[in-house]
Design a protein around this ligand. Structure first.
Ligand code: B12
Ligand code: SF4
Length: 464
């Protein structure tokens, strides 16, 4: 019988400002593992990040497992070198195994991976649950790979695509991610909360819907998951929460959906069910500002939501329009205020460096950051990633060349109008603008006694 090993590679790529420890489990790999397990296929999972491994640690682990198929996650452009190195290690450790890459980044540069990384036998393009299953079966039966949709492979030395595979329409039909396959020593819940490094204990990730109808120019989620939101039923979502809390001792859930608050009625129904079933859990999520409402946020807070990451992006309307964010600065302000009123902490996410952005736009962002009542901010520079409209535009203008497929670009790498120094200065000044406000310092002290005590007690208990 075929033996499959799925690997989330450790990360040694050096990055500024990013914590490469695990916030939550590698959900994609665990969904695929669950589908394989359900069909009686033997499967193992190594999470190089969650287990805190180094690349060198994996060679023996792979050899011991003796897999026929090795699946390697390649989610981020920035960490492609880590996935490529993992493929080379896997080839050494299991010379006869077929090596398959997949994930967000791999899907957008699948042909280039096949052309440039001899260790990769196949790349799965798009969602992996069924494509990977069919590919594993095809490898095992030695049948024609060309008939498995969603695969990039080498055909007479040329990268060849078998055709688009439709994403899973009914997400309720998928088994829950196979978290029981993770080793006991895997640890999650590590992230930056502003300037604090937080480690929340007993944290687990969940995804309740896939897809996003918007097409923000810097984001590749729509290209990857489609514009139609495929949402799990509230019943199915709450069933997984119950399983996590009752069977796995989970106390915190991170909902990683692209657009969790897209359908407020669905969100309030999920919250109603959490209350009805007395599920004792705290959770947090990301959200767009346009669907914010007092009713939804209050229902969320009552059902255990204590934090929301809001994609505010900029305090300048023309920059929001440039990003095709399809919302307004004013709605952003209102969303922050509504969440605060409901008792949910807010992390505002901002991106600086839109090619049209000038000092005046930036000042508006700074002004927003100083005056909106947010608990934390996350300020990043604009990245130009494969699968985004921005990448396509810079490709068309010649600033990005085909040979740049594996490069990780910040805006100043491809656009002369912004220097690295200016972008870094904007980021630092914006951060300081937030943290150095007297009102922030007062609020920080107030946290100890006020409504933020939940977070502060977590931070204090879990600081590392
Ligand atoms: C949750 C999340 C995180 C979490 C971490 C998750 C974790 N496990 O620790 C946090 C918030 C920490 C995070 C951080 C970052 N993230 Co992030 N993150 C996500 C998010 C929102 C969800 C991922 C997820 O779990 N999806 C649910 C599962 C079911 O889907 P999936 O992972 O895509 O898996 C499916 C397929 O991809 C495929 N697949 C996946 N792996 C494999 C492997 C094989 C072998 C095969 C065949 C198929 C396959 O099949 C799976 C099942 O269908 C995605 C966006 C998204 N919609 O996916 C961004 C995303 C992956 N993140 C992204 C980025 C850039 C980052 C950061 C680098 C941002 C930054 N500069 O700070 C950081 C750094 C990460 C780190 N480790 O520190 C980008 C990557 C884009 C790119 N081309 O690089 C994404 C796509 C968001 C975006 N649009 O920009 N992230
Ligand atoms: S940034 Fe958010 S709203 Fe915009 S396309 Fe990506 S997931 Fe959708």
């Amino acid at each position: 019988m075929v033996r499959v090993l799925l690997i989330n590679p450790p990360i040694k790529t050096q990055m500024t400002g990013v914590l490469f420890t695990a916030m939550c489990e590698p959900l994609g790999l665990l969904y695929m593992a669950a589908v394989l397990e359900q069909r009686g296929i033997e499967v193992g999972v190594i999470d190089g990040i969650g287990e805190g491994l180094k690349h060198e640690d994996l060679e023996n682990r792979i050899a011991e497992f003796s897999p026929d198929v090795v699946g390697i996650a390649c989610m981020m452009t920035e960490t492609y070198p880590d996935s490529a190195e993992m493929a080379r290690i896997a080839r050494r450790a299991a010379p006869k195994a077929k090596i398959i890459l997949g994930g967000h980044n791999a899907s957008f540069v699948a042909d280039k991976i096949i052309e440039n990384l001899p260790e990769a036998d196949y790349v799965v393009v798009g969602e992996g649950e069924y494509t990977f299953l069919e590919l594993v079966r095809s490898i095992s039966n030695k049948s024609d790979i060309g008939r498995v949709k969603g695969v990039m492979y080498r055909n007479n030395g040329k990268a060849t695509f078998t055709g688009v595979k439709e994403p899973v329409q009914n997400l309720d039909e998928l088994p829950f991610p196979a978290k029981h396959l993770l080793p006991q020593n895997a640890r999650y819940g590590h992230f930056w909360y502003g300037r604090y490094r937080v480690a929340l204990k007993n944290l687990s990730g969940m995804i309740t819907s896939r897809g996003c109808p918007f097409g923000c120019t810097f984001c590749s989620c729509t290209t990857f998951s489609g514009r139609k939101i495929r949402a799990r039923s509230p019943e199915n979502v709450v069933k997984e929460m119950e399983y996590l809390v009752n069977e796995r001792g989970v106390k915190q859930i991170f909902i990683v959906d692209d657009n969790f608050t897209a359908f407020p009625k669905r969100v309030t129904e999920i919250c109603r069910l959490i209350k009805e079933r007395n599920i004792d859990v705290n959770w947090f999520c990301e959200g767009r500002v346009d669907t914010a409402s007092e009713e939804m946020y209050k229902a969320m807070a009552k059902a255990g939501c204590w934090l929301i990451f809001l994609g505010l992006e900029s305090g300048s309307q023309r920059v929001l329009d440039y990003y095709k964010k399809k919302t307004t600065v004013e709605k952003g302000r209102q969303a922050v205020a509504l969440a605060q009123k409901a008792g949910i902490d807010v992390v505002g996410s901002f991106i600086v460096g839109a090619p049209i952005e000038v000092e005046e736009d930036y000042q508006k962002t700074l002004d927003f950051i100083k005056h909106a009542d947010m608990d934390m901010v996350s300020i990043s520079s604009l990245k130009v990633l494969p699968g985004t409209e921005l990448w396509r535009r810079f490709e068309e203008s010649g600033a990005i060349k085909p040979s740049d497929w594996d490069k990780y670009f910040e805006i100043f790498d491809v656009f002369d109008g912004h220097s690295k120094e200016k972008i870094r200065r904007w980021m630092t000044t914006a951060e300081n603008g937030f943290y150095h406000r007297p009102s922030y310092i007062v609020k920080e002290m107030g946290r100890l006694f006020g409504r933020h005590r939940k977070l502060i007690s977590y931070v204090v208990r879990n600081l590392f």
